[in-house]
Design a protein around this ligand. Structure first.
Ligand code: 13P
Ligand code: SF4
Length: 304
């Protein structure tokens, strides 16, 4: 069955001049059919550089939206509009406006996991791969940062700056599922393991990690590391990619509950029907897209 779906997808891709971009948390079959698999930053860059007529984005809503913002010449299709990142919906335009009134002059740095309308109010848009370096480079001691309070805290730790989390409660429901007890227990079983974690994890979990980074930075780390066994503190879908990239190594999920249900809403069947019916097209208000693009360009300008 999958073989038939895969060959129909491949055929349609050629006919439509389409590519498939997939996030590191996507199900194995989706990763395997993708032209490129990566983290939010790599996927944004791929979308920006693509000459394809159609980009099918296998990921959650804000990622497909970001691709549409960055590539006006391609049609960006999101195979399942109901695949939405719950953290992205924790921040509103009003939250940012309120913070700007409270901290006048402070730059607004928005995590890519947010809606376009909110990013349009930001001076800079970052991902987990470049948030620390961007904030470090800014000529301001106070930074307004949303919507992830844990990433904001991590950036504050790494830069020594006053990083104000907006809203106060923004978090990823998947990365708060790790528990210290479980990690301690797993470390005692896998004695020589190296613990790697995503910066969306709470401080108590991050503080136990030997390495903290974006999903692709974690993959690069395990490839380079001389260690053999890794305890993985992020969404479990990444383990498929890690096992492919470093076949001789062993990957243990730090929690089997760390599953992003929204990422798993993208399936081969939905990718096929998205190509057949050319749906669902990501549409962004032009004025909003322009402002978001400017905030992304500002980040690239600072980081070079
Ligand atoms: P990355 O940019 O590190 O891939 O993270 C995206 C994300 O949604 C993590 O939960
Ligand atoms: Fe959003 Fe968390 Fe899922 Fe990432 S893992 S897409 S932050 S809910």
């Amino acid at each position: 069955m999958d073989v038939e779906i895969v060959s129909r997808i491949e055929k349609l891709k050629k006919e439509l001049n389409a590519i498939i971009l997939a996030h590191n948390y996507q199900p194995p079959q989706v990763q395997d059919i993708a032209d490129f698999v990566g983290d939010s930053l790599e996927l944004s860059i791929k979308a920006m550089q693509s000459n394809a007529k159609v980009i099918v984005f296998a990921g959650v809503d804000f990622m497909a939206e970001q691709a549409a913002v960055l590539n006006e010449n391609s049609t960006v299709l999101h195979p399942e509009p109901d695949a939405k990142c719950p953290m992205a919906s924790m921040i509103s335009v009003e939250d940012v406006e309120k913070a700007v009134r409270k901290y006048p002059g402070a730059p607004v740095v928005m995590y890519v996991n947010s809606p376009a309308a909110v990013k349009a109010l930001a001076n800079y848009v970052v991902t987990s791969a470049n948030a620390v370096n961007l904030v470090k480079a800014l000529d301001s001691e106070t930074i307004i940062f949303g919507p992830d309070k844990h990433l904001a805290e991590y950036v504050a730790e790494k830069t020594g700056k006053n990083v104000v989390a907006v809203p106060e409660h923004g978090h990823c429901p998947v990365h708060v599922k790790f528990s210290l007890e479980e990690i301690t227990c797993l470390k005692s079983i896998y004695r020589n393991c190296v613990f790697i974690a995503h910066p969306e994890c709470p401080r108590a979990v991050r503080s136990q990690a030997d390495f903290v980074g974006s999903t692709s930075q974690m993959i690069e780390f395990v490839k380079r590391s001389s260690a053999r066994t890794f305890l993985v503190g992020t969404e479990v879908g990444i383990i498929y990619r890690m096992a492919k990239e470093a076949r001789e190594k062993v990957f243990i999920p730090a929690s089997t509950k760390a599953i992003c249900d929204d990422m798993k809403k993208i399936t081969l069947e939905k990718i096929l029907s998205s190509l057949v019916s050319k749906s669902y097209v990501m549409k962004i208000d032009r004025a909003v897209a322009e402002k978001v693009r400017k905030a992304i360009e500002n980040t690239f300008d600072v980081l070079g």
